[in-house]
Design a protein around this ligand. Structure first.
Ligand code: NAP
Ligand code: ZN
Ligand code: ZN
Length: 367
């Protein structure tokens, strides 16, 4: 097949060190903050003893991919292949691999390694590794090369950072769980979402719709706070008990002081003070949305009701497996629209316009 227009593959040598037996796969890369993503080829390292080679079947589009592709979080090193919601099947395992076998259904999320020795890694909080976890893209892999993510046909990952996708979840609906699922599951668990707890979710996008499903499955009373009522039917079907438009000022007076936990999934800076006013005494607003612009908080939005403002980043490896098993047990997966690779740029525009129901997932056979 002609791959006209492909971005040139990276060089085969790094400094004076010749790279050995790598394999080449088709991928889609961002080449600058302003150019559309385009087809390319990348190299994957050859299998080390503890490595698993995975044929990617589906790759979710997270808003973080867009922030990164467009250098919104600071300068990105190009070309970069983003994608950290990876679902696939094991094609080969290294000689020392014990947890996985060829043919297993597996996933990879936002990290591919960490130091494994620091206090946080030892506690299963690899995402907060004191030396910095190694991102699935934009990090430096054990071969010394920049890590490249899931918009590709295959990936090689050390077995300790590979997750098992339970049989009950289709691979396409499972892919977004590897980021959107765990990023919302972890704070919901940490702040005890469950029976008797009133949880609000700001933004019904990729993360938000998983937050609604998960909080409902945990037994919490769930409220969606969306910009409009356009997605109300969906929100209620996904498990919300209540749905309010934040464009309606009455929402902020009617619901004042009424939530124990608010999960903010919005990708842009919002008026946090207005939302903090919705927390009950001892309530927490946890930010998982990661806008490029700073967020500001007035001290008097917190002080009068002993409120907390917090952040949370993805989840550890064991917790991610726990989340996948929880989803299988409760029959949960993401609501997805599967697209071919050539529609990635169009999908990005739709995500930016909040026109996503509720996660785009790329069919990896089209890379
Ligand atoms: P998404 O699918 O685009 O969802 C974001 C939702 O926020 C939109 O659907 C929209 O919901 C709402 N929204 C967007 N712009 C808004 C605005 N200007 N004002 C108010 N509401 C707005 O994005 P996502 O993939 O869920 O990711 C959300 C954010 O989380 C991104 O910043 C991403 O980088 C970040 N993230 C963080 C982590 C972490 O570990 N903390 C992990 C993954 C992603 P409505 O239409 O319902 O209003
Ligand atoms: Zn993500
Ligand atoms: Zn560590």
């Amino acid at each position: 097949m002609s791959r006209a227009g492909r971005v040139p593959a990276r060089k085969e040598t790094t400094g004076c060190r010749k790279r050995e037996s790598v394999f080449t796969v088709n991928a889609y890369a961002a080449t600058s903050a302003t150019e559309p993503l385009a087809p390319t080829t990348i190299e994957r390292r050859d299998l080390g003893p503890d490595d698993v080679a995975i044929d990617i079947k589906f790759s979710g589009i997270c808003h973080s991919d867009i922030h990164t592709a467009r250098s919104e979080w600071g300068p990105t090193t190009y070309p970069i292949v983003v994608g950290h919601e990876i679902a696939g099947v094991v094609r080969e395992v290294g000689s020392a691999v014990t947890k996985f076998a060829v043919g297993d259904r597996v996933g990879v999320g936002c990290m591919v390694d960490s130091c494994r020795e620091c206090d946080n890694c030892r506690k299963g909080l690899e995402q907060y590794c004191l030396k910095g976890n190694i991102g699935t893209y934009g990090g430096v892999g054990r071969d010394g090369e920049p890590t490249q993510g899931g918009y590709a046909q295959a990936i090689v990952v050390t077995e300790d950072f590979v997750l098992r996708i339970p049989d009950g979840i289709e691979l396409d609906a499972a892919a977004p769980l590897l980021c959107a699922g765990i990023t919302t599951y972890s704070p919901l668990r940490h702040w005890n979402a469950g029976p008797g707890r009133r949880v609000a979710v700001i933004g019904l996008g990729g993360l938000g719709h998983m937050a609604v499903k998960l909080a409902h499955a945990m037994g919490a009373e769930v409220t969606v706070l969306s910009q409009s009522l356009k997605k109300r039917e969906d929100g209620l079907r996904l498990g919300a008990d209540h749905y309010h438009a934040t464009s309606d000022e009455a929402t902020f007076t009617d619901l004042a002081g009424s939530f124990d936990l608010i999960v903010n999934t919005v990708s842009a800076a919002i008026d946090l003070d207005a939302y903090l006013g919705l927390l009950a005494v001892d309530g927490t607003l946890v930010n998982v949305g990661a806008p490029e612009d700073p967020l500001s908080v007035r001290a008097f939005s917190l002080i009068p009701a002993r409120r907390s403002f917090a952040g949370s980043m993805i989840g550890g490896i064991a917790e991610t497996q726990e989340m996948l098993d929880f989803c299988a047990e409760h029959g949960l997966g993401a609501e997805i629209e599967v697209i071919p690779a050539e529609k990635i740029n169009e999908a990005y525009e739709r995500v930016l316009a909040s026109d996503v129901r509720y996660r785009f997932v790329i069919d990896a056979s089209t890379f």
